[in-house]
Design a protein around this ligand. Structure first.
Ligand code: HEM
Length: 395
Protein backbone atom coordinates (compact mmCIF):
# COMPACT_ATOMS: atom_id res chain seq x y z
CA UNK A 1 0.00 0.00 0.00
CA UNK A 2 2.71 2.43 1.01
CA UNK A 3 4.63 1.61 -2.16
CA UNK A 4 1.48 2.16 -4.19
CA UNK A 5 0.76 5.51 -2.57
CA UNK A 6 4.37 6.64 -2.91
CA UNK A 7 4.22 5.72 -6.58
CA UNK A 8 1.06 7.77 -7.06
CA UNK A 9 2.71 10.81 -5.50
CA UNK A 10 6.02 10.31 -7.32
CA UNK A 11 4.44 9.93 -10.74
CA UNK A 12 1.65 12.44 -10.31
CA UNK A 13 1.72 15.57 -12.34
CA UNK A 14 -1.84 16.53 -11.48
CA UNK A 15 -2.81 19.43 -9.25
CA UNK A 16 -3.59 17.45 -6.13
CA UNK A 17 -0.27 15.61 -5.75
CA UNK A 18 1.92 17.42 -8.28
CA UNK A 19 4.52 20.09 -7.57
CA UNK A 20 6.79 22.60 -9.34
CA UNK A 21 6.00 23.96 -12.80
CA UNK A 22 3.43 21.30 -13.69
CA UNK A 23 1.40 22.01 -10.55
CA UNK A 24 1.69 25.81 -10.94
CA UNK A 25 0.68 25.91 -14.61
CA UNK A 26 -2.18 23.45 -14.23
CA UNK A 27 -3.55 25.11 -11.11
CA UNK A 28 -3.42 28.51 -12.82
CA UNK A 29 -5.27 27.14 -15.83
CA UNK A 30 -8.14 25.62 -13.82
CA UNK A 31 -8.51 28.62 -11.52
CA UNK A 32 -8.81 31.00 -14.43
CA UNK A 33 -11.14 28.61 -16.31
CA UNK A 34 -13.49 28.39 -13.31
CA UNK A 35 -13.39 32.16 -12.86
CA UNK A 36 -14.31 32.66 -16.51
CA UNK A 37 -17.19 30.16 -16.45
CA UNK A 38 -18.54 31.71 -13.28
CA UNK A 39 -19.06 34.96 -15.18
CA UNK A 40 -20.94 33.33 -18.05
CA UNK A 41 -24.69 33.18 -18.24
CA UNK A 42 -24.82 29.38 -17.91
CA UNK A 43 -22.45 29.26 -14.93
CA UNK A 44 -21.93 26.66 -12.22
CA UNK A 45 -24.84 28.02 -10.27
CA UNK A 46 -27.19 26.98 -13.06
CA UNK A 47 -25.85 23.42 -12.88
CA UNK A 48 -25.86 23.32 -9.10
CA UNK A 49 -29.48 24.57 -8.90
CA UNK A 50 -30.56 22.06 -11.53
CA UNK A 51 -28.89 19.26 -9.59
CA UNK A 52 -30.34 20.47 -6.27
CA UNK A 53 -33.84 20.48 -7.78
CA UNK A 54 -33.33 16.88 -8.94
CA UNK A 55 -32.13 15.89 -5.49
CA UNK A 56 -35.32 17.43 -4.04
CA UNK A 57 -37.39 15.29 -6.47
CA UNK A 58 -35.54 12.12 -5.51
CA UNK A 59 -36.04 12.85 -1.82
CA UNK A 60 -39.74 13.63 -2.41
CA UNK A 61 -40.09 10.19 -3.96
CA UNK A 62 -39.16 8.66 -0.55
CA UNK A 63 -42.65 9.86 0.61
CA UNK A 64 -41.51 10.67 4.15
CA UNK A 65 -40.25 7.11 4.77
CA UNK A 66 -36.79 6.46 6.27
CA UNK A 67 -33.94 6.50 3.73
CA UNK A 68 -30.15 6.59 3.63
CA UNK A 69 -29.21 9.80 1.73
CA UNK A 70 -25.62 8.77 0.96
CA UNK A 71 -25.77 7.63 -2.67
CA UNK A 72 -28.22 10.33 -3.81
CA UNK A 73 -26.09 13.08 -2.25
CA UNK A 74 -22.90 11.66 -3.70
CA UNK A 75 -24.46 11.41 -7.20
CA UNK A 76 -25.53 15.04 -6.97
CA UNK A 77 -22.07 16.28 -5.94
CA UNK A 78 -20.39 14.13 -8.62
CA UNK A 79 -22.56 15.86 -11.19
CA UNK A 80 -21.41 19.29 -9.96
CA UNK A 81 -17.83 18.25 -10.78
CA UNK A 82 -19.00 16.81 -14.11
CA UNK A 83 -20.52 20.22 -14.85
CA UNK A 84 -17.31 22.00 -13.83
CA UNK A 85 -15.11 19.80 -16.04
CA UNK A 86 -17.32 18.41 -18.77
CA UNK A 87 -19.92 21.18 -18.96
CA UNK A 88 -22.73 18.60 -18.65
CA UNK A 89 -24.46 16.39 -16.13
CA UNK A 90 -24.82 12.62 -16.21
CA UNK A 91 -27.92 10.56 -15.91
CA UNK A 92 -27.61 8.72 -12.57
CA UNK A 93 -28.02 5.39 -14.39
CA UNK A 94 -25.34 6.16 -17.00
CA UNK A 95 -22.87 3.26 -17.11
CA UNK A 96 -19.74 5.48 -17.03
CA UNK A 97 -21.18 7.63 -14.25
CA UNK A 98 -21.98 4.61 -12.07
CA UNK A 99 -18.46 3.23 -12.66
CA UNK A 100 -16.85 6.63 -11.91
CA UNK A 101 -18.73 7.05 -8.63
CA UNK A 102 -17.96 3.47 -7.60
CA UNK A 103 -14.29 3.91 -8.51
CA UNK A 104 -13.86 7.10 -6.48
CA UNK A 105 -15.74 5.58 -3.57
CA UNK A 106 -13.29 2.66 -3.53
CA UNK A 107 -10.26 4.94 -3.87
CA UNK A 108 -11.36 7.13 -0.95
CA UNK A 109 -12.17 4.09 1.18
CA UNK A 110 -8.84 2.36 0.58
CA UNK A 111 -6.76 5.53 0.88
CA UNK A 112 -8.68 6.39 4.02
CA UNK A 113 -7.58 3.21 5.71
CA UNK A 114 -4.02 3.90 4.53
CA UNK A 115 -3.99 7.30 6.27
CA UNK A 116 -4.71 5.52 9.51
CA UNK A 117 -1.95 3.04 8.78
CA UNK A 118 0.56 5.76 7.94
CA UNK A 119 -0.15 7.49 11.23
CA UNK A 120 -0.27 4.39 13.37
CA UNK A 121 2.95 2.33 13.37
CA UNK A 122 1.31 -0.46 15.42
CA UNK A 123 -0.64 -1.57 12.38
CA UNK A 124 2.35 -1.17 10.08
CA UNK A 125 2.06 -4.77 8.89
CA UNK A 126 -1.28 -3.92 7.30
CA UNK A 127 0.72 -1.90 4.75
CA UNK A 128 1.27 -4.99 2.76
CA UNK A 129 -2.30 -6.10 2.50
CA UNK A 130 -2.34 -7.27 -1.09
CA UNK A 131 -6.09 -7.30 -1.47
CA UNK A 132 -6.39 -3.60 -0.69
CA UNK A 133 -3.62 -2.77 -3.14
CA UNK A 134 -5.39 -4.71 -5.86
CA UNK A 135 -8.68 -2.97 -5.11
CA UNK A 136 -6.98 0.42 -5.29
CA UNK A 137 -5.15 -0.42 -8.50
CA UNK A 138 -8.31 -1.72 -10.20
CA UNK A 139 -10.27 1.38 -9.20
CA UNK A 140 -7.48 3.66 -10.50
CA UNK A 141 -7.33 1.85 -13.82
CA UNK A 142 -11.12 1.77 -14.25
CA UNK A 143 -11.64 5.47 -13.48
CA UNK A 144 -8.69 6.62 -15.58
CA UNK A 145 -10.00 4.55 -18.49
CA UNK A 146 -13.38 6.28 -18.35
CA UNK A 147 -11.78 9.72 -18.08
CA UNK A 148 -9.35 8.86 -20.90
CA UNK A 149 -12.32 7.87 -23.08
CA UNK A 150 -13.88 11.29 -22.50
CA UNK A 151 -10.69 12.92 -23.65
CA UNK A 152 -10.33 10.69 -26.69
CA UNK A 153 -13.70 11.84 -28.08
CA UNK A 154 -12.51 15.44 -27.94
CA UNK A 155 -9.08 14.68 -29.42
CA UNK A 156 -10.62 12.70 -32.30
CA UNK A 157 -13.28 15.30 -33.07
CA UNK A 158 -10.91 18.25 -32.60
CA UNK A 159 -11.60 21.52 -30.79
CA UNK A 160 -13.32 24.52 -32.33
CA UNK A 161 -11.69 27.63 -30.74
CA UNK A 162 -14.91 29.59 -31.26
CA UNK A 163 -17.01 27.00 -29.45
CA UNK A 164 -15.45 25.91 -26.18
CA UNK A 165 -17.97 24.01 -24.07
CA UNK A 166 -15.95 22.65 -21.19
CA UNK A 167 -12.60 22.49 -19.36
CA UNK A 168 -11.35 19.60 -21.51
CA UNK A 169 -11.79 21.62 -24.71
CA UNK A 170 -10.28 24.74 -23.12
CA UNK A 171 -7.25 22.73 -21.98
CA UNK A 172 -6.75 21.09 -25.40
CA UNK A 173 -6.96 24.52 -27.00
CA UNK A 174 -4.32 25.79 -24.58
CA UNK A 175 -2.07 22.86 -25.50
CA UNK A 176 -2.46 23.58 -29.21
CA UNK A 177 -1.16 27.12 -28.59
CA UNK A 178 2.08 25.96 -26.90
CA UNK A 179 5.31 25.01 -28.67
CA UNK A 180 6.86 21.57 -28.30
CA UNK A 181 9.62 22.61 -25.89
CA UNK A 182 7.13 24.24 -23.56
CA UNK A 183 4.99 21.13 -23.54
CA UNK A 184 7.98 18.98 -22.56
CA UNK A 185 9.11 21.27 -19.75
CA UNK A 186 5.79 22.36 -18.33
CA UNK A 187 3.93 19.04 -18.32
CA UNK A 188 0.95 20.74 -19.91
CA UNK A 189 -0.26 17.78 -21.93
CA UNK A 190 -3.20 15.36 -22.45
CA UNK A 191 -1.91 12.83 -19.93
CA UNK A 192 -1.85 15.51 -17.24
CA UNK A 193 -5.30 16.58 -18.26
CA UNK A 194 -6.61 13.10 -17.40
CA UNK A 195 -4.78 13.29 -14.04
CA UNK A 196 -6.27 16.71 -13.39
CA UNK A 197 -9.80 15.59 -14.15
CA UNK A 198 -9.17 12.60 -11.92
CA UNK A 199 -7.95 14.90 -9.13
CA UNK A 200 -10.94 17.21 -9.51
CA UNK A 201 -13.43 14.35 -9.12
CA UNK A 202 -11.37 12.86 -6.30
CA UNK A 203 -11.00 16.15 -4.40
CA UNK A 204 -14.42 17.64 -5.09
CA UNK A 205 -16.94 14.82 -4.91
CA UNK A 206 -16.46 13.14 -1.56
CA UNK A 207 -15.63 16.34 0.32
CA UNK A 208 -18.85 18.11 -0.63
CA UNK A 209 -21.03 15.03 -0.25
CA UNK A 210 -19.63 14.27 3.22
CA UNK A 211 -20.24 17.90 4.28
CA UNK A 212 -23.85 17.70 3.11
CA UNK A 213 -24.37 14.39 4.91
CA UNK A 214 -23.00 15.89 8.14
CA UNK A 215 -25.33 18.88 7.61
CA UNK A 216 -28.35 16.58 7.48
CA UNK A 217 -27.23 14.86 10.68
CA UNK A 218 -26.80 18.15 12.54
CA UNK A 219 -30.18 19.52 11.57
CA UNK A 220 -32.04 16.38 12.59
CA UNK A 221 -30.31 16.49 15.95
CA UNK A 222 -30.65 20.28 16.44
CA UNK A 223 -34.29 20.82 15.43
CA UNK A 224 -34.27 24.39 16.79
CA UNK A 225 -31.46 25.26 14.35
CA UNK A 226 -33.40 23.65 11.50
CA UNK A 227 -36.49 25.70 12.40
CA UNK A 228 -34.48 28.94 12.57
CA UNK A 229 -32.90 28.27 9.16
CA UNK A 230 -36.29 27.47 7.60
CA UNK A 231 -37.72 30.65 9.09
CA UNK A 232 -34.86 32.70 7.56
CA UNK A 233 -35.27 30.99 4.17
CA UNK A 234 -39.03 31.67 4.18
CA UNK A 235 -38.39 35.33 4.99
CA UNK A 236 -35.66 35.98 2.40
CA UNK A 237 -36.47 33.53 -0.43
CA UNK A 238 -40.01 32.29 0.27
CA UNK A 239 -41.26 28.78 -0.47
CA UNK A 240 -41.38 28.94 -4.27
CA UNK A 241 -38.43 30.87 -5.74
CA UNK A 242 -35.33 28.71 -6.05
CA UNK A 243 -32.44 29.71 -3.75
CA UNK A 244 -29.51 31.46 -5.45
CA UNK A 245 -25.95 31.90 -4.28
CA UNK A 246 -26.60 35.66 -4.26
CA UNK A 247 -28.94 35.00 -1.30
CA UNK A 248 -25.90 34.08 0.78
CA UNK A 249 -25.29 37.57 2.13
CA UNK A 250 -28.91 37.82 3.29
CA UNK A 251 -28.81 34.50 5.11
CA UNK A 252 -25.91 34.85 7.57
CA UNK A 253 -27.26 32.21 9.96
CA UNK A 254 -27.35 29.60 7.16
CA UNK A 255 -23.79 30.55 6.23
CA UNK A 256 -22.73 30.37 9.89
CA UNK A 257 -24.26 26.87 10.21
CA UNK A 258 -22.38 25.64 7.12
CA UNK A 259 -19.13 27.09 8.50
CA UNK A 260 -19.72 25.42 11.86
CA UNK A 261 -20.31 22.03 10.17
CA UNK A 262 -17.08 22.46 8.19
CA UNK A 263 -15.26 23.35 11.41
CA UNK A 264 -16.59 20.80 13.86
CA UNK A 265 -16.38 17.84 11.48
CA UNK A 266 -13.13 18.94 9.76
CA UNK A 267 -14.10 17.23 6.50
CA UNK A 268 -10.47 17.02 5.35
CA UNK A 269 -8.68 16.40 8.67
CA UNK A 270 -5.17 16.54 7.22
CA UNK A 271 -3.91 18.78 4.40
CA UNK A 272 -1.96 17.19 1.55
CA UNK A 273 1.53 15.75 1.94
CA UNK A 274 4.33 18.34 1.87
CA UNK A 275 8.10 17.85 1.55
CA UNK A 276 10.48 20.50 2.93
CA UNK A 277 12.42 21.94 -0.03
CA UNK A 278 15.18 23.24 2.30
CA UNK A 279 16.24 23.13 5.96
CA UNK A 280 13.90 25.34 7.94
CA UNK A 281 12.50 26.06 11.41
CA UNK A 282 8.84 26.18 12.39
CA UNK A 283 8.27 27.37 15.95
CA UNK A 284 10.43 25.16 18.18
CA UNK A 285 11.05 22.57 15.47
CA UNK A 286 13.99 22.20 13.09
CA UNK A 287 12.76 20.67 9.85
CA UNK A 288 15.52 19.14 7.70
CA UNK A 289 15.25 19.36 3.91
CA UNK A 290 13.33 16.37 2.51
CA UNK A 291 11.13 15.86 5.61
CA UNK A 292 7.59 14.71 4.84
CA UNK A 293 4.87 16.66 6.65
CA UNK A 294 1.10 16.81 6.96
CA UNK A 295 -0.78 19.95 8.03
CA UNK A 296 -3.14 18.98 10.86
CA UNK A 297 -6.24 21.01 9.97
CA UNK A 298 -8.35 19.12 12.50
CA UNK A 299 -6.14 20.36 15.34
CA UNK A 300 -6.48 24.00 14.23
CA UNK A 301 -10.26 23.68 13.88
CA UNK A 302 -10.55 22.20 17.40
CA UNK A 303 -7.87 24.16 19.23
CA UNK A 304 -9.35 25.40 22.56
CA UNK A 305 -6.93 28.36 22.44
CA UNK A 306 -8.69 29.54 19.26
CA UNK A 307 -12.28 28.39 19.75
CA UNK A 308 -14.51 28.78 22.75
CA UNK A 309 -15.76 25.28 23.70
CA UNK A 310 -14.64 23.75 20.36
CA UNK A 311 -16.49 20.44 20.77
CA UNK A 312 -19.89 22.16 21.01
CA UNK A 313 -21.92 22.82 17.87
CA UNK A 314 -22.55 26.58 17.88
CA UNK A 315 -23.24 28.29 14.52
CA UNK A 316 -23.47 31.62 16.40
CA UNK A 317 -19.69 31.64 16.84
CA UNK A 318 -19.51 32.79 13.20
CA UNK A 319 -21.86 35.76 13.72
CA UNK A 320 -20.73 39.15 15.01
CA UNK A 321 -22.77 41.31 17.38
CA UNK A 322 -24.73 42.76 14.41
CA UNK A 323 -25.72 39.26 13.28
CA UNK A 324 -23.40 39.41 10.25
CA UNK A 325 -21.14 36.54 9.17
CA UNK A 326 -17.67 36.86 10.69
CA UNK A 327 -15.05 34.24 9.83
CA UNK A 328 -11.71 34.29 11.70
CA UNK A 329 -8.50 33.70 9.73
CA UNK A 330 -7.85 30.42 11.55
CA UNK A 331 -11.06 28.90 10.13
CA UNK A 332 -9.17 26.79 7.58
CA UNK A 333 -11.22 23.75 6.46
CA UNK A 334 -9.94 24.40 2.92
CA UNK A 335 -6.34 24.74 4.19
CA UNK A 336 -4.26 27.89 3.61
CA UNK A 337 -1.50 29.24 1.43
CA UNK A 338 -0.63 28.47 -2.14
CA UNK A 339 -2.07 24.96 -1.94
CA UNK A 340 -5.41 26.10 -0.53
CA UNK A 341 -8.36 24.17 -2.00
CA UNK A 342 -8.79 25.11 -5.63
CA UNK A 343 -12.53 24.39 -5.50
CA UNK A 344 -13.29 26.44 -2.35
CA UNK A 345 -15.57 28.93 -4.12
CA UNK A 346 -17.46 26.25 -6.01
CA UNK A 347 -17.78 24.16 -2.82
CA UNK A 348 -19.16 27.06 -0.74
CA UNK A 349 -21.78 27.93 -3.40
CA UNK A 350 -22.64 24.27 -3.80
CA UNK A 351 -23.12 23.71 -0.06
CA UNK A 352 -25.28 26.81 0.29
CA UNK A 353 -27.49 26.09 -2.73
CA UNK A 354 -28.02 22.40 -1.86
CA UNK A 355 -28.61 23.07 1.83
CA UNK A 356 -31.15 25.87 1.25
CA UNK A 357 -32.99 23.91 -1.48
CA UNK A 358 -33.41 20.98 0.91
CA UNK A 359 -34.54 23.02 3.91
CA UNK A 360 -36.88 25.13 1.80
CA UNK A 361 -38.75 21.97 0.79
CA UNK A 362 -38.41 19.54 3.70
CA UNK A 363 -38.22 19.16 7.45
CA UNK A 364 -35.77 16.39 8.29
CA UNK A 365 -36.29 14.10 11.28
CA UNK A 366 -34.90 10.96 12.86
CA UNK A 367 -37.17 8.00 11.96
CA UNK A 368 -39.35 6.76 14.82
CA UNK A 369 -37.58 4.22 16.96
CA UNK A 370 -34.12 4.97 15.48
CA UNK A 371 -31.28 5.88 17.88
CA UNK A 372 -29.99 9.47 18.04
CA UNK A 373 -27.36 10.13 15.35
CA UNK A 374 -23.71 9.54 16.12
CA UNK A 375 -21.31 12.41 15.51
CA UNK A 376 -18.30 10.13 15.65
CA UNK A 377 -17.30 9.56 12.05
CA UNK A 378 -14.71 7.52 10.16
CA UNK A 379 -11.38 9.29 9.79
CA UNK A 380 -9.41 9.06 6.60
CA UNK A 381 -8.66 11.36 3.69
CA UNK A 382 -12.12 12.71 4.42
CA UNK A 383 -14.09 12.51 7.65
CA UNK A 384 -17.32 10.63 6.92
CA UNK A 385 -20.41 10.13 9.02
CA UNK A 386 -21.37 6.52 9.68
CA UNK A 387 -24.33 5.29 7.57
CA UNK A 388 -27.63 6.71 8.84
CA UNK A 389 -31.29 7.03 7.90
CA UNK A 390 -33.54 10.08 8.07
CA UNK A 391 -37.09 11.05 7.08
CA UNK A 392 -37.86 14.07 4.88
CA UNK A 393 -41.31 15.52 5.51
CA UNK A 394 -42.55 17.92 2.81
CA UNK A 395 -43.13 21.46 4.10
C1 HEM B 1 -16.50 20.90 1.33
C2 HEM B 1 -15.79 20.78 0.25
C3 HEM B 1 -14.28 20.79 0.19
C4 HEM B 1 -13.34 20.80 1.20
C5 HEM B 1 -13.58 20.81 2.71
C6 HEM B 1 -12.04 20.82 0.57
C7 HEM B 1 -10.84 20.87 1.26
C8 HEM B 1 -9.61 20.80 0.66
C9 HEM B 1 -8.35 20.74 1.37
C10 HEM B 1 -8.19 20.77 2.88
C11 HEM B 1 -7.37 20.66 0.45
C12 HEM B 1 -5.89 20.43 0.74
C13 HEM B 1 -5.09 21.69 0.65
C14 HEM B 1 -3.67 21.42 1.12
O1 HEM B 1 -3.11 20.36 0.82
O2 HEM B 1 -3.13 22.28 1.81
C15 HEM B 1 -7.98 20.68 -0.86
C16 HEM B 1 -7.29 20.65 -2.06
C17 HEM B 1 -7.88 20.66 -3.29
N1 HEM B 1 -9.23 20.71 -3.56
FE1 HEM B 1 -10.70 20.85 -2.20
N2 HEM B 1 -12.21 20.80 -0.79
C18 HEM B 1 -13.55 20.79 -1.07
C19 HEM B 1 -14.15 20.81 -2.32
C20 HEM B 1 -13.48 20.85 -3.53
C21 HEM B 1 -14.10 20.93 -4.83
C22 HEM B 1 -15.62 21.06 -5.08
C23 HEM B 1 -13.09 20.88 -5.76
C24 HEM B 1 -13.15 20.95 -7.27
C25 HEM B 1 -13.97 21.65 -7.97
C26 HEM B 1 -11.83 20.77 -5.04
C27 HEM B 1 -10.59 20.70 -5.62
C28 HEM B 1 -9.40 20.67 -4.93
C29 HEM B 1 -8.09 20.59 -5.57
C30 HEM B 1 -7.82 20.50 -7.07
C31 HEM B 1 -7.14 20.59 -4.55
C32 HEM B 1 -5.62 20.57 -4.69
C33 HEM B 1 -5.10 22.02 -4.66
C34 HEM B 1 -3.57 22.13 -4.78
O3 HEM B 1 -2.87 21.27 -4.24
O4 HEM B 1 -3.11 23.10 -5.43
N3 HEM B 1 -12.11 20.76 -3.68
N4 HEM B 1 -9.35 20.77 -0.71
Amino acid sequence: MFFCISLIFALSTGILYGSGVAWRENRKFFLSYYRKVDQEEKNFETFISQEAALLVNIISAQCGKPFNPRSMVSNATANVIAAAILGKRYDYEDEDFVALCKGFDTITNVLSSSSVILLNPKVFSVLFLRKEMERLYEAFVATRQILGKLLENHVVNGVDPANIHNAIEAYLLEISCKDENYLKSAHFNPSNLVTNIFDMFGAGMETSSKTLLWSLLYIVEYQEIQTRIQHDIDKVIGRHRLPLKSDRCQLPYVEATIHEILRIQGIVPMAGIRVASRDTTIGRYDIPKGSVMFGNLWQVLHDPKLWDDPETFQPERFLNKDGKLSVPEYMIPFSIGRRECLGKKIAMSELFVFFTHLLQKFTFTIPDGHPRPSFIGDFGMTHSPKPFEICALPR
